[in-house]
Design a protein around this ligand. Structure first.
Ligand code: C2E
Ligand code: CA
Ligand code: CA
Ligand code: CA
Length: 274
């Protein structure tokens, strides 16, 4: 029995070591993918509900690993955060989005806003010089740029968050609170931060038709956003019935598979030409 036990421990250690190696190999591969600009972008259109027109898009990063295939951002974004790769990754996303959208002729006002996700770990004063630099590609994107931050990121240090948002707002950058309602202090954020948009989390939209509670929450958040003169955006809309309820509640805009999945730039361009 003792023998077997020792064997087990060895096996276990070997398994952990293998996992760590795999983890490090993935980090290394991600580093290379960033350096060699192997990440690609997709754009999910956002629809103005009253008119049915596309009013903006959310930029989402994609990574096609040569052996592993598509790795989900839900997996590699945390990895990038842990290994100091998130800033180079974000810089790449910003620049590539600007160049692709510009080349497609979509930075001329056709899209009112371009939303980009920023991680909690990069939401501090360093963001100011990164987004105010006078480089041509950033100047082209900036009038349309909206930064999506999560409640947790904004709450870490409200004073600094307010300073960052105010400084960047002065050069025309807008801010959206992502996954609104899933954090623990949404209302104090509205009170303290000069934001422009609330993104209603998919978990509320999922049950908006069948749960009176979800419906009431979404209705309240939309009213709240109106009182604060903010845009309300619903995320993760998958069904016509959900879109209909949101429109009836005067939600400003919506995105989700019901309208369109995230698209490569060429497909977005085509969709906008129709
Ligand atoms: P998120 O910001 O909440 O983005 C929404 C996610 O929902 C995206 O997943 C999108 O593809 C997916 N989605 C959109 N519509 C629907 C729908 O109708 N149904 C369902 N089930 N899903 C829908 P994705 O692209 O896999 O991204 C996952 C998360 O990774 C994002 O969540 C965001 O937190 C992060 N992420 C993605 N791209 C970036 C990036 O460039 N930078 C940073 N920092 N984070 C990113
Ligand atoms: Ca987002
Ligand atoms: Ca979200
Ligand atoms: Ca969400």
């Amino acid at each position: 029995a003792k023998q077997a036990g020792i064997g087990k421990i060895r096996f276990y250690n070997a398994e952990i070591a293998a996992q760590q190696n795999q983890h490090l190999a993935l980090v290394e591969a991600l580093k290379q993918a960033i350096q060699q600009q192997q990440l690609s972008l997709v754009y999910q259109p956002q629809y103005h509900l009253a008119s049915g027109e596309i009013c903006g898009c959310e930029v989402l990063v994609r990574w096609q690993h040569p052996q592993l295939g598509a790795v989900s951002p839900a997996q590699f974004i945390p990895l990038a955060e842990q290994h100091h790769l998130i800033e180079p990754l974000s810089n790449l996303v910003l620049k590539q989005a600007s160049l692709e959208l510009d080349q497609a002729g979509l930075l001329n006002g056709r899209l009112q806003q371009v939303s980009i996700n920023i991680s909690a770990s990069e939401f501090h004063t360093d963001l100011i010089p990164r987004l105010t630099r006078d480089v041509a590609w950033l100047q082209r994107l900036r009038p349309f740029l909206q930064i999506e931050i999560t409640e947790t990121a904004a709450l870490e240090d409200l004073h600094t968050s307010a300073e960052v948002i105010k400084t960047l707002a002065a050069v025309g950058i807008r801010f959206s609170i992502d996954d609104f309602g899933t954090g623990y202090s949404s209302l104090s954020l509205l009170n303290d931060l000069p934001i422009d948009e609330i993104k209603i989390d998919k978990s509320f939209i999922d049950h908006i038709v069948d749960s009176p509670r979800s419906h009431a929450i979404v209705e309240t958040v939309i009213k709240l956003s109106q009182a604060f003169q903010l845009n309300s955006v619903a995320e993760g809309v998958e069904q016509a019935a959900q879109a209909a309820v949101l429109k009836q509640l005067n939600c400003h805009s919506a995105q989700g598979f019901y309208f369109s999945k995230p698209l490569p730039i060429d497909d977005l361009q085509q969709l906008l030409q129709q």
